[in-house]
Ligand binder design. Structure first.
Ligand SMILES: [Zn+2]
Length: 176
């Protein structure tokens, strides 16, 4: 039996195009809105600092979960370099739940400790599994065109591997 004949067995399958628009607008609120604005206009990562424990919260929050106090709008700029603490290497085809587009596979999704200690999750530019490692140093790479920005930290395309004076120290720290 040819491949063509095998395909013709069973019920006839029909293909129905189903429009599913996902474009909508919603308010990001005062605090998260500030983070979106700074990313779009200035390619900066900002978040608010708790007046009591002096920790920068990520993502920005109205109330500090540790101190149970109003955080307010004391925004600080976060560094754009950091160290990969852990990563997940994805090969399975998944859809980005925020924007409804398929991820380009394979890709690595990482927990990154920025140089001020703030931990954020983002993608890595490096897709070669052999070159990925915990302790690698990375730096944010932004979408260049401002008209394409406006999606918060998704305005950062990914984090690129860098070599800097903290490279050796970061790798050693994770080994210990
Ligand atoms: Zn606090």
């Amino acid at each position: 039996m040819t491949e063509q004949n095998k395909k013709q067995k069973g019920p006839e399958l029909i293909n129905v195009e189903y429009g599913h628009p996902r474009r909508y607008l919603w308010s990001t609120g005062e605090y998260v809105g500030k983070t979106y604005d700074e990313a779009k206009k200035n390619k900066k990562i900002v978040s608010n600092m708790c007046p009591k424990c002096k920790k920068i919260l990520w993502p920005p929050k109205a109330v500090c979960g540790r101190c149970k106090v109003d955080v307010g709008a004391d925004f600080r700029e976060l560094p754009q370099t950091g160290t990969v603490l852990q990563y997940t290497y994805l090969v399975y085809p998944l859809w980005d739940p925020h924007y409804g587009e398929p991820f380009a596979n394979p890709h690595a999704n990482a927990m990154i400790e920025l140089d001020d200690g703030t931990i954020i999750r983002h993608f890595l530019e490096e897709t070669d599994e052999k070159k990925l490692k915990e302790g690698m140093r990375v730096q944010a790479v932004w979408k260049e065109d401002e008209s394409e920005r406006g999606e918060g930290t998704a305005d950062i395309l990914y984090f690129r591997t860098i070599k800097d004076k903290k490279t050796k120290k970061a790798a050693k720290k994770l080994k210990d």
